[in-house]
Design a protein around this ligand. Structure first.
Ligand SMILES: [Zn+2]
Length: 152
């Protein structure tokens, strides 16, 4: 029972560990207080996935263009500590930017060529350009959101 309790720094009142504010004085608990033994232990069994992620992201620029990058993102996110592990983080970052940046460039090229030509034959370039621009924007949004998310 005492494990589920934390003490207010300000008034010393007992609070539930998940409390956002002190029940007694209302002082906000900005961070969930971690006990000394709570430090995230290095998960050795997860080492494989992070390395797979990084290797896939590099392969994504050589022999497996799109698939390698997607595998890098998925395996990186599946690893136990994607934000703490540099390999997983690198794999996810390379995978995400490797997919998003060329898609944005190709979208713009599609839109520009589609707009310049303006013929029925090339109107699909305009439509596809806009669709892929939206997709890459969504991808970029989630990537930035993930990068900014504090480590759990
Ligand atoms: Zn208090």
């Amino acid at each position: 029972m005492s494990k589920n309790v934390k003490y207010c720094e300000s008034c010393g009142a007992k609070n539930k560990t998940n409390a956002k504010f002190c029940d007694d004085c209302g002082k906000p608990f900005d961070k969930p207080e971690k006990t000394a033994g709570d430090k995230p232990s290095r998960v050795s069994e997860g080492v494989g996935l992070e390395v797979v992620s990084l290797v896939s992201s590099i392969l994504g620029f050589t022999c497996f263009p799109v698939i390698g990058l997607i595998v890098a993102i998925i395996t990186g996110l599946m690893s136990p500590n994607p934000k703490e592990n540099k390999y997983a983080k690198a794999g996810i970052t390379i995978g995400s930017l490797g997919l998003i940046v060329p898609t944005i460039i190709l979208s713009f090229l599609g839109i520009i060529f589609g707009a310049l030509e303006g013929t029925d034959d090339l109107i699909w370039m305009l439509v596809m350009g806009i669709i892929f621009l939206i997709l890459s924007g969504v991808g970029l949004f989630f990537f930035i959101k993930w990068m900014r998310k504090p480590t759990a």
